[in-house]
Design a protein around this ligand. Structure first.
Ligand code: GLN
Length: 474
């Protein structure tokens, strides 16, 4: 097995037992990136020189006995997350030359313990998309089938992990951007509860939905990374003070007596692929064999989740993106006066989808429409939250497909934004409710495309949903 193919757990053991060094491990990842990135386009920036220096440092730490869980482990970061001294574009030209002076808190925690930053992953610009075709740096291809999308918006991170260009990645999930690409590329991806991980240093998309989470090769690795990045952060007032449990212990709990809810609406969606349904249903039977009690139930508000999401998220986008004006950060277009600076920098610096969302959001918040759209959507969001509260008094977790279909063709849906919005049908409800949800590989289609299964749980139940995920075997 090549070093870049290792899991975090295996890499940790190899480094500690001096079977190889972090420099060797990092070189193996960098070689893989060189070999594959031209085709896959998973990285916008590769930090070859600094990564090797960081690996050397990590090797010294290991010799000196300063050993933390992620010391010497090479990882990649979605480009919509700030990394000190490393260009962070958000996959939009407006930030083409932006080099943040600080690390996002989650990245700082990893780098401080000697994690090795390999580079920045391509994504839909600022997280706006479900196929990674809205990047101004070109689409990402699915490593399993190059004619298919990698999913979005964290398609670059998913492809990088699935193709062994890195050992793990850190990405962002506002409304599915970790889980859906994880499902399309056949890896593990978790959106933690809102407030579990710090959002400081994440380029804000929709601040009341945004979360940061890991993308990994195994559930065990997910527990390792979550342990290191979760927790209260003085720089993010929305982080919760609750103690971070020992995820590795929680993840290993067995399923005896666990009440698993299966909401029927997640199996009846329009465009639902029968191969996906069959794989997920088979896995649910397996959970039953492992001691779980399966409870079929209904969540009738599921069908409103996308409408709610696509009113509230653009509204928050239209407010958050005011800062990207060609003056404070990044690129400034040639212009003759102030208004021209704004309009030209934005016109050339944002892709169509970002502009579309700013316009929709501005419209939904404008006087006269605010009550009809924004306020109404907030009310329905509350009802969706209550729907989850209601079912979580009867069941411990919910199991559903992550996406109604496996990875679709490049260009297949890109001409019709509504089609892409509809792809979020199973991932947007958890985002509205701020609850944790994990996607884990559950099987594949006859043509070999990965199928992901989603497990959702009540707030702060990351350990519990990981324990269920750990019981899903392909
Ligand atoms: N598909 C969702 C969207 O386009 C995903 C966003 C995200 O999670 N960053 O809004």
């Amino acid at each position: 097995m090549k070093l870049n193919e290792l899991t975090i757990k295996e890499a940790q053991e190899g480094l500690r037992n001096k079977k190889f060094t972090s420099v060797e491990l990092t070189k193996a990842c960098l070689d893989r990136i060189k070999e594959r990135n031209v085709e896959l386009n998973a990285f916008i920036t590769v930090c070859e020189e600094t990564a090797l220096k960081e690996a050397q440092n990590a090797d010294e730490m290991l010799v000196e006995g300063k050993i933390f869980p992620l010391t010497g482990i090479p990882f990649a970061v979605k480009d919509a997350i700030c990394t000190a001294g490393v260009r962070s574009t958000g996959a939009a030209k407006v930030l083409d030359n932006y080099i943040p002076p600080y690390d996002a808190t989650v990245i700082k925690k990893i780098r401080e313990q000697g994690g090795v930053l390999l580079g920045k992953n391509n994504c839909d610009a600022f997280g706006h998309g479900a196929s990674n075709e809205n990047s101004m740096y070109g689409p990402v291809k699915n490593p399993i089938n190059l004619d298919k999308v990698a999913g979005g918006s964290s398609g670059g991170s998913a492809a990088a992990v699935a193709d062994n260009m890195c050992i793990f990645a850190i990405a962002e999930d506002t409304g599915g951007s970790i889980r859906q690409p994880a499902s399309f590329c056949g890896i593990v991806g978790m959106r933690p509860s809102y407030g579990r991980n710090s959002r400081f240093g994440i380029m804000p998309m929709a601040s009341s939905f945004d979360t940061v989470g890991p993308m990994t090769k195994t559930v065990e690795d997910m527990a390792i990374v979550m342990q290191e990045i979760a927790g209260k952060d003085a720089l993010d007032a929305t982080t919760v003070p609750d103690l971070v449990p020992t995820y590795n212990d929680e993840m290993k709990k067995d399923l005896t007596g666990l009440r698993v809810g299966v909401p029927q609406e997640y199996f009846e969606a329009e465009g639902m692929d029968s191969e996906v349904r069959d794989v997920v249903e088979k896995q649910i039977k397996n959970l039953e064999k492992r001691g779980a009690e399966i409870i079929y139930l209904s969540m009738p508000l599921t069908k409103y989740a996308i409408a709610v999401y696509y009113v509230l998220v653009p509204s928050e986008v239209s407010s958050n993106f005011g800062r990207l004006d060609g003056i404070r950060y990044g690129m400034r277009a040639d212009a003759k006066d102030l208004f021209d600076v704004y309009s030209k920098s934005r016109a050339s610096g944002f892709p169509e989808e970002v502009k579309r969302r700013i316009l929709i959001g501005t419209y939904a918040l404008s006087s006269g429409y605010y009550e009809a759209y924004y306020k109404k959507a907030q009310q329905v969001r509350t009802l969706i939250c209550r729907d989850f509260d209601r079912v979580f008094s009867d069941v411990d977790v919910l199991v559903t497909p992550t996406s109604p279909f496996a990875a679709f063709g490049l260009g297949e849906k890109s001409a019709d934004p509504l089609q892409l919005y509809l792809a979020d049908i199973f991932v947007s409800p958890a985002a509205s409710a701020g609850i944790p949800a994990i996607s884990v590989p559950a099987g594949e289609t006859k043509s070999g495309l990965p199928i992901g299964l989603q497990i959702m749980g009540p707030k702060l139940s990351e350990g519990l949903i990981m324990s269920v995920a750990n019981n899903i075997k392909k």
